[in-house]
Design a protein around this ligand. Sequence first.
Ligand SMILES: CC(=O)N[C@H]1[C@@H](OP(=O)(O)OP(=O)(O)OC[C@H]2O[C@@H](n3ccc(=O)[nH]c3=O)[C@H](O)[C@@H]2O)O[C@H](CO)[C@@H](O)[C@@H]1O
Ligand SMILES: C=C(OP(=O)(O)O)C(=O)O
Length: 435
Amino acid sequence: MGTFQITGGQRLSGSITPQGAKNEALQIICATLLTAERVTISNIPDIVDVNKLIDILADLGVKVQRKGHGIYSFKADDLNLDYLESDEFKVKGASLRGSIMIVGPLLARFGKGYIPKPGGDKIGRRRLDTHFEGFQKLGAKFRYKPGESFYGVEAKKLKGAYMLLDEASVTGTANIVMAAALAEGTTTIYNAACEPYLQQLCKMLNRMGAKISGIGSNLLSIEGVSELGGCDHRVLPDMIEIGSWIGMAAMTSSELRIKDVSFDDLGVIPTVFSKMGIKVQRENDDLIVPQQDHYEIETFIDGSILTIADAPWPGFTPDLLSIALVVATQARGSVLIHQKMFESRLFFVDKLIDMGAQIILCDPHRATVIGMDKATPLKATTMTSPDIRAGISLLIAALSAEGTSTIHNIEQIDRGYENIDERLRAIGAQIVRVN
Ligand SMILES: CC(=O)N[C@H]1[C@@H](OP(=O)(O)OP(=O)(O)OC[C@H]2O[C@@H](n3ccc(=O)[nH]c3=O)[C@H](O)[C@@H]2O)O[C@H](CO)[C@@H](O)[C@@H]1O
Ligand SMILES: C=C(OP(=O)(O)O)C(=O)O
């Protein structure tokens, strides 16, 4: 179990460049399975989850070449599908959430796709019904042996269909879109997720020869084609990292320049931090958080406590709620954080309470934070990171706290943040990787 030691209470300064988006990269890498031609992807983050997925593709027989930092080419022209039934795949496929998205492309191109129950954060129930209902609508047969936790879909031919997704699942929509791209006829997906990750995937598929319209909306139309070709694709900067650095700047009273953020793809994220009193300035495509000793959370018009809640895009992403929560602990004013999607993502607040934060966990989905206006800093402590976003939130709390904190289980943070300790040291953070 890896550990960070963080000595907080220092101001940070300078520039930080966000990595490529983890959740987009996972979709895009799976999409390379849809063609026998070469696909070259740049701005791929060097993080544990992405590297695990690249490894699975290589085990499947995809020719993977690293062309430079963050640049890979993939050529899926000769696959060994027997690998899908191996014990090794059952272990590797289960170790991350993103692996689920190999199923759609494999089903569409080779008539079968298998996956062990995928991993990812233990942040509540993580259903796969949307994925498999979608494949079934396209004509696939679903097989699942409950004892084995191994899922499979098979079909000689996929046929386009109308479907209304039971929820706007991010990975579910990606999986179904990829399958439908090679189905016969037209597929219409209503209640589709439309995060920038998905918009990027659909644009890339169109460059490969797919015919997808409605990109960016919750109604996608996909006219199936018989084959797809190669393309080049660049992954967007990671909006969750950008939100994390905004929160970090506010909590440490630092001025930070976050470079090349692709501002127009950040949606409501800057606005939500502004509502918490954090100044966010745009300069070309950089985002600047000026130094602020205090920030004050707005109230609603009637004076009642502001609520920050997650929602499918264009709503506020659930992956930034833990960060908003930690930032609120040192704000002036109060806020209700409502995590609607996941039921176990707020339990990390007990660590913040240990550090002196004033938080009432109302129920598994809601926490009220009473900000301390930096009158009393958080106290350093020893903690364990329960999931990726709680992990980064605790790291931000430790950077603002007085004294030296210890965070165990930092594998959770490494899953999604590239080389984080070195990048934070470059802007003045005192953070050491102990083992
Ligand atoms: C690898 C990857 O891309 N992971 C992201 C992806 O996970 P993933 O695609 O697994 O998440 P889903 O979008 O399927 O669902 C996430 C959770 O939200 C619930 N839900 C979803 C949609 C909805 O309209 N109502 C609803 O309640 C689901 O029941 C589930 O508990 O999207 C999540 C939601 O943005 C993010 O937290 C994850 O970081
Ligand atoms: C929950 C997340 O990731 P995953 O879906 O891979 O568990 C996340 O990125 O915040």
